[in-house]
Structures are given as structure tokens and as C-alpha cells.
Design a protein around this ligand. Sequence first.
Ligand SMILES: [Zn+2]
Length: 60
Amino acid sequence: MTTKQGRLCGCRCTETTAGGKFRPGHDSKIVPQLEADHGSLLDFWSWYEEAMSTTPPPKR
Ligand SMILES: [Zn+2]
């Protein structure tokens, strides 16, 4: 077992990854999470498009 500096998993499960963005398999939790938060994926997408239309993309 190696101990690496991890970061918080992107699916908001509050677990720490081994250095990636997600714990193994947790990236597939994102879509069900969005559906739960917004009612459905379509509702999320409508919300996202509306939010993005008034939010300029971050500058690089
Ligand atoms: Zn997770």
C-alpha cells in the first residue's frame, strides 16, 4: 500500500482520491447526482445552458 497525497473526490462523496479526480468508479456517479439535484438530466441541461448564457467562460 502506498500513501499518496490525494484530493477530494469529484462526486462529492467527501472521500479522498489517490491523486486522480475521482475515486475508482465514482465518475459514473456524477450523472445520477445531477439528475437527483435537478430533477432530470434535461432539467440540469436547461439550467446549465441558462447559467452559461449569463456567465462568461473563465479566462485562461
Ligand atoms: Zn466519490
